[in-house]
Design a protein around this ligand. Structure first.
Ligand code: GLV
Ligand code: MN
Ligand code: MN
Length: 414
């Protein structure tokens, strides 16, 4: 059966643009933090599109949303696809949204072609893939896999001190958090479509990437407590400046990520909060949030350990106190070889060029892998740019990804 799109790609692009305009920031900047008013409006918009496609919609207690195209054997575990629609501050249009609206597009095209799935196909919109609000990524999928337990989830707070439980209930997700975890076999198989967030597909002129591994992410929070005071009155030898201590840690992380001998090791300090933040006041407190990744999680852990050791050393030498908190240290995800083969067969049948590759960003698929066989399908993004407003994937790239996904859903659900 041909799965060439009947719907025009322009309709999907229009939907992506509409979703992108639902933002806490002035378009084209997309900011959609979980449980914000923009997140809730974006959810309604996408649920409306799913309902219009005749999908049965259900939400769990953390807001993971399941839109199901019922198969002829509804008792069989469904084929899952989907991604997220939350967006970090100052983001673009495509991260996550291509996997949600592209997954929906694949379903709509198959419906128009008269395909009748045997297994149901379930589109999933995961809650808070991005760590912006609660400091931990893949909140919804992590809870679905019970990697984050309800007790751990209940302890999460945002920067304003508002708890996860209060915020999810205010957003209308009121059931017991215990009901979010799903058993192995919840999905028969799961495939996520996503932009690459790296430069390789575009540089090689390839249509799609078949993800064989997802790099192992970790995050360490660091709280430094020094001694504040007057920037003029307090002489240098007597200082316990929390920010200069932080500067040493930031450079040490860069140094150790650079020195593993592997291009796959990356280390970032993306948050640095300085207190009191006045030009004429010595910083007394600094909070860092660090992000360390590698496709080899043992090597990633060496960088993590080196950073912790550096904290001990800097604290002793500078007379400041440094506390660390491990937010997460997740393993590398390995795709299911059969699913990668199914994606490969679909790419060939669709006449698309491809390569097998590693995902360097993290994805909900990592956690779905705890309960089902998984794989991911990447499309190029311009210049490898992501997590920026100028993130871009062309209609051709998106259409190619949807085409390969649609063919894959046919082969998996038939
Ligand atoms: C998710 O966007 C990540 O940080 O990889
Ligand atoms: Mn992202
Ligand atoms: Mn993403």
């Amino acid at each position: 059966m041909s799965t060439q799109p009947i719907r025009s790609i322009d309709e999907l692009i229009e939907e992506l643009l509409t979703l992108g305009r639902i933002s806490e920031a002035e378009p084209p900047v997309v900011t959609r933090v979980v449980f914000s008013e923009a997140d809730m409006r974006a959810r309604s918009y996408v649920k409306g599109l799913c309902a219009a496609a005749g999908l049965d919609i259900r939400e769990d207690a953390i807001g993971n949303t399941f839109a199901r195209w019922q198969g002829s054997k509804p008792d069989l575990a469904p084929i899952g696809t989907g991604s997220h629609i939350d967006a970090i501050p100052n983001a673009g249009l495509y991260d996550g949204c291509v996997g949600v609206l592209g997954g929906l597009e694949a379903i709509r095209v198959l419906q128009q072609l008269g395909f009748k799935p045997r297994r149901s196909i379930e589109l999933v919109i995961f809650t808070a893939e991005e760590p912006t609000r609660f400091g931990i990524g893949c909140l919804g999928s992590r809870m679905m896999a019970n990697v984050l337990t309800p007790a751990q989830a209940l302890a999460l707070r945002d920067k304003e001190g508002r708890g996860l439980d209060e915020l999810r209930k205010a957003a209308g997700f009121k059931g017991p958090l215990e009901s979010v975890a799903q058993p192995r076999g919840r999905f028969h198989q799961f495939v996520e479509l996503h932009i690459e967030q790296g430069p390789f597909l575009e540089a090689e002129g390839l249509d799609v990437g078949l993800v064989t591994h997802i790099a192992a992410p970790a995050s360490l929070r660091i709280a430094i407590e020094g001694e504040g005071g007057h920037a003029g009155g307090k002489l240098m030898p007597r200082r316990k400046d929390a920010l200069t201590a932080a500067a040493e840690l930031i450079l040490a992380l860069e140094e150790s990520a650079n020195s593993t001998g592997a291009i796959d090791t990356v280390g970032t300090v993306g948050v640095c909060e300085v207190f009191p933040g006045a030009v004429n006041s010595i910083p007394s407190r600094v909070r860092l949030e660090t992000d360390i990744r590698d496709i080899d999680h043992a090597r990633r852990d060496q960088v993590l350990d080196a950073l912790r050791n550096k904290c001990v050393e800097v604290a002793a030498r500078r007379g400041v106190s440094i506390a660390t908190e491990l937010v997460n240290a997740d393993p590398t995800t390995v795709s299911d070889p059969e699913l990668v083969s199914a994606l490969e067969a679909s790419a060939i049948a669709a006449g698309k060029t491809y390569q097998k590759m590693v995902a360097r960003a993290y994805h909900d698929t990592s956690f779905v892998s705890c309960i089902a066989p998984v794989a991911m399908l990447f499309i190029p993004c311009r210049g490898g740019v992501s997590h920026r407003p100028d993130e871009f994937a062309s209609p051709e790239w998106i259409g190619g990804g949807v085409h390969v996904l649609a063919r894959t859903l046919v082969s998996l659900s038939a």
